[in-house]
Design a protein around this ligand. Structure first.
Ligand SMILES: Cc1cc2nc3c(=O)[nH]c(=O)nc-3n(C[C@H](O)[C@H](O)[C@H](O)COP(=O)(O)O)c2cc1C
Length: 395
């Protein structure tokens, strides 16, 4: 498109048989608005639909939990039942009808399950919630250590339960495969898969614990099961906490080793996040080590991409269009994902299309035509006003 021809953010990216029309990704965001049995609702259609009207290239659902005990709250969305597919398909169809690529994230919250919703405090469910009809359940993890002091003590999965869950991930991927074009496996943020990867959390003595190869086994078997269930012409992303940001934890060399093994199993993109192995969220850690800078996780995406030549997605405090463009131009990532900034500005990609034209006479050509015509008209009037004001001043 004239004006955007040289802009990386608006260049399509083809992964396997899927072409993402631009590099703006809406990161997975739990909305805590699903029904108690995990169904997507109109809320999700409008929530994700607004990003599609805003022409984001790739739009992910929130994490869809692969089993009920893997939900972080009673309002998490699920994909453990064939019946979940209908409302999800409705959302995916709408995203596609707007030209966006519909993406789905699947995962299991592990020891961070059975909690209050974030806006209610994020604490483990207890008697007060039980009295309101939301009793706690026993979460599961690699080991029976709580995610943090005061959290539920999880059940340490037996070896055969781990193997069952591998198959569960595969079945869930198969369920959504006909409707979504990209799948992201959530292995970050202290959720179940992360509790196997991290030496801080994984104290197992069976084949799913011990050295790095043992700790990676669950993630790699899930990658294999999902790849077998997911169409060959559609890409799979893998979201990792690239570092634990904790002494004795998972570090970048571990991420590089895992990414290499994931690639060998047909994973296409590493979705680079960090932290979360202990505690409710990263605020407590950032209070100790200082606030993160914009794009603080970009170096992880850059290292994976530059060391392995593997496509990456950068996420985390990326809010400015020029910053997103610079990340892509530097070759630090292939895709830029936004979460909170999208909540604040659902039409982020459209505004970026104006800003990155770097021309005071930018056009609205990238916008949906029914928006573009009116906004262009208003802009012409504004420009006329500005020109008029200058003439008045000169007179
Ligand atoms: C409301 C909300 C819900 C989130 N839910 C998920 C989720 O379902 N899966 C996930 O991997 N990350 C989740 N995240 C993390 C985001 O995907 C993203 O990695 C993080 O917010 C950093 O990006 P940002 O600075 O652009 O917000 C969530 C973030 C927010 C703000």
């Amino acid at each position: 498109m004239p004006g955007l021809d040289d802009v990386m953010l608006f260049k399509p990216l083809t992964l396997r048989g899927v072409t993402i029309p631009n590099r703006v990704v809406i990161a997975p965001m739990q909305m805590y608005m699903a029904t108690k049995d995990g169904f997507y609702t109109d809320w999700h259609l409008v929530h994700l639909g607004r990003y599609a009207i805003g022409k984001a290239g790739l739009i992910f659902t929130e994490v869809l939990c692969v089993e009920p005990r893997g939900r972080s709250t009673y309002s998490d969305a699920g994909i453990w039942d064939d019946a979940h597919v209908g409302p999800l398909k409705r959302v995916a169809d709408f995203l596609r009808s707007c030209g966006s690529v519909p993406g789905v994230q699947i995962g299991h919250c592990g020891p961070k399950a059975a909690r209050q919703r974030p806006h209610e405090g994020l604490k483990p469910l207890g008697p007060a919630e039980a009295a309101k009809g939301e009793p706690p359940w026993t979460p599961v993890a690699s080991t029976d250590e709580p995610s943090d002091a005061g959290y539920h003590v999880p059940h340490a999965l037996t070896t055969s339960e781990v193997q069952d869950l591998v198959a569960t991930f595969g079945r869930c991927a198969a369920r959504v495969a006909p409707h979504f074009d990209v799948l992201d496996i959530h292995a970050a943020h202290g959720y179940l898969i992360h509790t196997f990867l991290s030496p801080i959390a994984n104290k197992r003595t069976d084949r799913y614990g011990g050295d790095r190869q043992g700790r990676m086994r669950f993630a790699l078997e899930i990658a294999e099961a999902v790849r077998a269930a997911w169409p060959q012409d559609k890409p799979i992303f893998f979201r990792l906490s690239c570092i634990d940001r904790a002494p004795g934890g998972w570090e970048m060399p571990d991420t590089l080793a895992l990414a290499q093994e994931l690639r060998a199993r047909g994973i296409d993109v590493i979705d680079c996040s960090s932290g979360g192995i202990r505690g409710a969220n990263s605020i407590a850690i950032f209070k100790k080590i200082g606030p993160p800078a914009p794009g603080y996780q970009v170096p992880f995406a850059a290292e994976v991409k530059k060391t392995l030549g593997m496509p990456t997605m950068a996420v985390g405090l990326i809010a400015e269009a020029k910053h997103a463009e610079a990340i892509l131009r530097a070759g630090d990532a292939d895709l830029v994902a936004i979460a909170r900034e999208a909540l604040a500005n659902p039409h982020w990609a459209l505004h970026a299309s104006n800003e990155l034209q770097a021309d005071p006479n930018f056009t609205f050509d990238y916008w949906p035509p029914n928006h573009a015509w009116w906004l262009q008209y208003r802009e012409e009037i504004r420009r006329m006003g500005r020109t008029g004001a200058k003439k008045d001043a000169a007179a």
